[in-house]
Design a protein around this ligand. Structure first.
Ligand code: FES
Ligand SMILES: [Fe+2]
Length: 432
């Protein structure tokens, strides 16, 4: 068995353990996952008050590029204006309520509603109204232009907040930019963009990726590529993380004699020879960190802002309420959990992958795909995660189940609930 050694000195991302808040050990009420009343409370007090990821800046690079994104009952239209600024609007025409754009994305010189051709400029200003003189009440532009939603950018993402009185994005993100700027998400390219409709509450999905307790049960293969036990968990004000060592093996198993394929493959990809490590698997994680550091020029990378652990490990962040980031030195896999518009038993699971591509690589954005649970494979490990989710939602409804019985290693789930209940109880209501 090998314990994961952890870098203590900071390069940029703080690596030290955060103080542990006392969150108690009560059962977490299952109603939060099941009831329509709680779902409505979440909308009124949380979803409509928090900063949310709307799209990537790279998805709307040119003037007139737009994208629509759904959160609950709302469709939000994000548009690149003449001034290159990204703006977010409620995707609704102020004439008779048609949606201004029906499609997922496109490019337009102006935003014209398809019903009676009311036409809005890219900054939302109402420009043209056919037969305008036919409205005896007039058509005041300040009332009838597209309703803008607060928006901002960080990390190559466009964020929006439905609360006109919200505080700045930076304040909401808190520790996140300080922790994650070193990865330069803005330089990563989106290489996968898929939405899967899952038959579970959005929080079932958040929970599924916020603990490593389930690895020994449903992902036995992962015990041959990461340490699911000796992980550092840090709970901050709203967000949290765990640091999980990759290119190693779980203390739940004996040291493998041969290098497991899941460890060997990333070694070969950077020019290391796994055959040199048969019988010495415990040495790989550290040697790989040294190798990547020494060969960064050959690899076409600059790791100077990352600490050694970050060259192998997953710095796994949860940005409240709905982003799960598996952060690696050259890539990031993100899950975005979006609630269903009306049914607490359903959600949208957005799976997006990002990579630093070699300089000069000109790759088109991936097409967005959307499909139902289980219709297609998303790879062995994520398929394993997906199997349980509808059964968790069903199981929770049973009178035989009282609520979530949370262990210490699952405390990011308790922390998410603490932040959620702070919103529900109005703790952040006066943020402005
Ligand atoms: S609803 Fe948009 S122009 Fe009539
Ligand atoms: Fe999992």
């Amino acid at each position: 068995m090998v314990a994961v050694s952890r870098v203590k000195e900071n390069v940029k991302t703080p690596a030290e353990k955060a103080p542990e808040p006392n969150m108690g050990d009560e059962v977490i009420p299952k109603d939060r996952y099941l009831s329509k009343e709680f779902m409505q409370l979440e909308w009124d007090r949380m979803w409509s008050k928090v900063w949310l990821d709307g799209c990537r800046e790279e998805e709307i690079p040119e003037v007139g590029d737009y994208i629509t994104t759904e959160i609950g009952n709302e469709s939000i239209l994000i548009v690149r204006g003449e001034d290159m600024k990204c703006r977010a609007f409620y995707n609704v025409c102020n004439h008779r309520g048609n949606q201004v754009k029906f499609d997922k994305c496109g490019n337009a010189k102006t935003l014209q509603c398809a019903y009676h051709y009311w036409e809005y400029a890219l900054d939302g200003t109402l420009m043209n109204i056919p037969d305008e003189e036919d409205f005896p009440q007039g058509c005041p532009r300040d009332k009838l232009s597209l309703k803008e939603v607060r928006s901002d950018t960080w990390g190559g993402f466009v964020w929006f907040n439905l609360d006109p009185n919200c505080g700045p994005l930076e304040e909401f993100l808190g520790i996140i930019p300080e922790h994650l700027d070193a990865y330069h998400f803005e330089n990563m390219k989106m290489v996968m963009n898929t939405t899967i409709e899952w038959d579970c509450n959005w929080k079932v999905s958040v929970d599924a990726f916020n603990e490593s307790y389930h690895v020994q049960a449903i992902h036995p293969e992962l015990t041959y590529m990461l340490d699911d036990v000796d992980i550092q968990i840090d709970l901050y004000e709203k967000h949290n993380r765990y640091l999980i060592g990759f290119q190693t093996y779980s203390p739940r198993i004996d040291e493998p004699d041969e290098v497991p394929e899941a460890i060997a493959e990333p070694m070969r990809a950077i020019g290391m020879n796994p055959d040199d490590y048969d019988g010495k698997v415990a040495e790989i994680r550290r040697d790989m960190q040294i190798f990547k550091r020494q060969n960064q020029d050959k690899l076409g990378r600059d790791y100077s802002e990352l600490n050694d652990d970050q060259l192998t490990d997953d710095y796994h962040y949860y940005i409240f309420p709905n982003l799960t980031l598996n952060t690696h030195s050259d890539s990031m896999m993100m899950f975005r959990q979006r609630p269903h518009e009306s049914d607490p038993d359903k959600m949208y699971w957005d799976l997006q992958m990002f990579q630093i591509l070699p300089e000069g690589t000109d790759m088109p954005l991936p097409d967005h795909e959307q499909y139902g649970h289980g219709e297609k494979s998303v790879g062995l490990v994520l398929d394993q995660d997906s199997v349980n989710v509808p059964h968790i939602q069903k199981g929770m409804k049973s009178v035989g189940f009282e609520g979530l019985w949370i262990s210490t290693q699952e405390r990011r789930i308790r922390h998410m609930h603490k932040t959620l209940m702070d919103y529900i109880n109005g703790e952040y209501a006066n943020d402005a």
